[in-house]
Design a protein around this ligand. Structure first.
Ligand code: ACM
Ligand code: ZN
Length: 755
């Protein structure tokens, strides 16, 4: 009580002495934006030998001391009590909850108080963000080690502010995870949802079932083994590391679907009994799931959960529950007999029965069940907490029915989506979630009744890692969007402001350079990556946040001092245009290269007699062809007529690779002009000229090309290999060609073809 009064007096003095806030005095770049900030005049300047007091063993104090020592070479001396220049104290302050803090900086002293050590930790994170960004340097650097005079009183809007990492699809090392946890902590992220098992890999040691990691953690892709897992000791190391940073680790063990890695090791817990060659090597969803009609399956999974419950201190265990195909259950005598015995009318109800058994088991261990929104179908388990990912509807239904929910709707917070134009980024699963989209998300949809809104615990960004072929792409996907998730989760709606948020990112980016994070920088967007033109071409570019763009026309990679883009570029010769964005501190984005080729227009034929709709297709059903050259060895082609390249798949089982096709036909364009050609086959020829090559990943239009065409008919040839590359099967791609005027961005509108 006494201490609270002291704070009140100090804050009063701070305001009365003319230190009334004015945003222009010093910019406060803290993310997430604190809920109450008053900026005063002047600065507190740190210097060597200043004193600090804090509760015994405070990790918040340790963090501040370590950062000042490492980056500034400033040592703080321990003293007891309120005479210290920097005083951290824990007080009774129910209004601050378990995470809130108050920070008062005057020219003379810094006072930080909270009701918990966690609150102090967030106060220190805010204080570090008031210091120059160089404070994140691991080595001594020059800077003005001062903090603007401020008074902050801050508590979070939501108690759940999470990030999920999918270490099943691609594995992150312990050090890679620690590096990310360090950076999450800067933004007061407090939950790490660890997706540890899936069809493509089992990543956590379970001592009772060693084959889970011996067999389930390794898949052989394109002839090479890929794998990794965490020993229980390593998991403990991560949990401790996260706990030290106020981050709770929530493990996910997927069931009853997404279990192929486990079933490859223990096929007896599937409906068919297997055998299964190995964990799934294709992304997507496996039909073989855990058998819900076999008591031994429940025992197996409960034994696994026993070890998981002991290892992870969180009160939550996530059991997945998403995307569980029901086809095996429909044909399984054991599953059908459990349905009959329990009066379950549908396989959805069987999933509900399965989840409720797991819920009871977890309750017996003192834990609560978390699940994806599919666990609502067929009847929700009474104490389940829902993660709403297929939009918001699951979250709305669950909250209105009195269940806790965490909002993770794919359209807003899926971190595997593109952040800008797909032509400017490495291949991703698809989708678009710009930083601005994420920032605009409100986790409490209007359709949740006011008196049920408290069931929304918060939000989470999901980093699905199928397309994270290089570890640093995970960081690229998460930063900067994690800062938007943090601010949505922490800052009250009325205190959010997009323009201010975007400005504050500049300061954070300098910090990320010190953390060696590979973060997304807005790219020069516009135009295709391959452009053919007749006379000259004018190319406008934009960026989705204000940022300087530089370019070269001599094939070299642009540097910070290259020519600055200020207006659309006109080019009249064949060159490679390279563009890059440059941040204020000089950090450069990846290079975007555009191949510009001067040519004569491709001439259309005025007339081709007797055309029908469709294409001629030569094909072979079998044989593994990974490059077009291998087709020379095909001894016997079959001939047919198809209306679409996709008709090839009528010869194959679902997702089955093998075989190839060569298709011939014509397309027609009505008017002379510049057209963009799109085709996700291996090769696309027009007038006998090879214009599109997709020799690795056939996905996402990176190879689209703009060409000049005169009106008329054009012979086209498409070479198509039914192959798998890096987890992607040809069947998923719509390989139909598109020819569209350059101004039309809809590449999904297929063009009519003739033969
Ligand atoms: C999910 O994205 N399948 C939860
Ligand atoms: Zn079964």
């Amino acid at each position: 009580m006494k201490c609270k009064k002291l704070y009140g007096i100090m804050l009063g003095a701070f305001l009365l002495s003319g230190h009334v806030f004015a945003a222009s005095k010093a910019s406060v770049n803290i993310i997430p934006k604190p809920n109450q900030v008053v900026v005063g005049e002047g600065y507190f300047v740190f210097s060597n030998g200043m004193t600090i007091s804090a509760p015994a063993g405070s990790r918040s104090k340790a963090l501040l001391v370590q950062k000042l020592q490492a980056a500034a070479g400033i040592g703080l001396k321990d003293v007891a009590g309120s005479k210290a220049s920097v005083e951290l104290s824990i007080r009774k302050a129910p209004e601050l909850g378990t995470e809130g803090y108050r920070l008062l900086v005057t020219k003379k002293e810094i006072k930080l108080d909270a009701a918990t050590e966690n609150g102090l930790y967030y106060g220190v994170q805010s204080l570090l963000q008031l210091l120059p960004p160089q404070i994140e340097s691991g080595q001594k650097v020059e800077a003005n080690w001062q903090v603007p005079c401020v008074s902050i009183s801050d508590t979070p809007r939501f108690s759940y502010r999470g990030i999920m990492l999918d270490c099943s699809r691609h594995f992150s090392t312990v050090d890679e995870i620690k590096k990310m946890l360090d950076a999450f902590a800067l933004y007061k992220i407090n939950k790490f949802h660890w997706h540890l098992t899936d069809d493509q890999g089992w990543r956590i040691e379970i001592k009772r079932y060693p084959k889970l990691t011996q067999i389930g953690s390794v898949r052989v892709e394109e002839g090479k083994p890929y794998g990794g897992f965490y020993t229980q000791e390593q998991a403990k190391e991560i949990i401790q590391y996260a706990t030290d940073r106020n981050i709770e680790v929530i493990p996910e063990i997927e069931m009853p679907g997404h279990g192929m890695a486990a079933l490859a090791a223990y096929p007896e817990y599937s409906c068919t009994g297997g055998p299964f060659k190995q964990p799934r090597i294709t992304w997507g969803v496996e039909d073989d799931v855990f058998c819900a009609g076999n008591d031994a399956t429940y025992t197996f999974l409960q034994n696994i959960l026993d070890e998981v419950c002991t290892l992870f201190p969180s009160k939550y265990v996530h059991v997945g529950g998403d995307e569980c195909p029901k086809v095996r259950w429909q044909n399984c005598p054991k599953c059908q007999s459990v349905m009959k015995a329990n009066g379950l009318k549908t396989e959805m109800e069987l999933q509900s029965y399965f989840t409720k058994r797991m819920e009871k088991y977890l309750e017996s261990k003192g834990k609560r069940l978390f699940g994806w929104d599919e666990i609502l179908e067929g009847g929700i388990a009474p104490s389940a907490t829902i993660m709403s990912w297929r939009g918001e509807q699951g979250g709305i239904e669950a909250a209105n029915a009195g269940h806790d929910v965490v909002m993770t709707p794919g359209g807003y917070v899926y971190l595997d989506h593109y952040q800008g134009d797909m032509l400017c980024e490495k291949v991703k699963i698809g989708g678009l979630s710009t930083l601005q989209n994420v920032y605009g998300y409100d986790p409490i949809p209007k359709a949740i009744a006011d008196d049920k809104a408290f069931h929304v615990l918060g939000l989470q960004g999901n980093m699905w890692q199928e397309y994270m072929f290089e570890p640093n792409q995970i960081e690229f996907q998460i930063f900067p969007r994690v800062t938007a998730i943090a601010e949505v989760g922490w800052t009250k709606k009325e205190n959010k402001n997009l323009d201010s948020f975007i400005q504050r990112i500049d300061n954070q980016q300098i910090r990320w350079d010190y953390h060696s994070l590979n973060y997304y920088i807005p790219m020069p967007e516009g135009n295709m990556n391959y452009i053919q033109f007749t006379d000259k071409v004018t190319l406008p570019f934009t960026t989705n946040r204000p940022v300087k763009v530089v370019y070269t026309l001599d094939g070299s990679d642009p540097t910070a001092t290259s020519a600055v883009y200020s207006e659309p570029l006109t080019v009249d010769r064949s060159v490679t245009l390279k563009l890059r964005s440059v941040l204020p501190q000089g950090t450069l984005s990846p290079v975007r290269a555009i191949e510009l080729t001067k040519t004569v227009p491709y001439k259309g034929l005025a007339k081709v007699d007797g055309l029908n709709k469709g294409m001629k297709m030569r094909y072979v059903k079998d044989g593994d062809y990974t490059s077009v050259n291998q087709l020379e060895a095909v001894a016997q082609w079959k001939d047919t007529i198809v209306t679409s390249i996709n008709d090839f798949f009528k010869f194959k089982k679902k997702e089955q690779s093998g075989g190839a096709a060569i298709l011939d036909g014509y397309i027609y364009v009505e008017k002379d002009g510049d057209y963009t050609l799109h085709c996700l086959a291996d090769q696309f020829y027009l007038n006998g000229k090879l214009l599109i090559v997709n020799d690795k990943m056939k996905k996402n239009a990176k190879s689209d090309i703009t060409v000049p065409l005169t009106a008329g008919y054009f012979p086209i040839k498409i070479v198509f290999l039914n192959r798998q590359y890096q987890g992607v099967v040809s069947e998923w791609m719509d390989a139909r060609p598109t020819v569209r005027p350059v101004s039309n961005t809809n590449r999904d509108l297929p063009t009519v073809v003739y033969y």
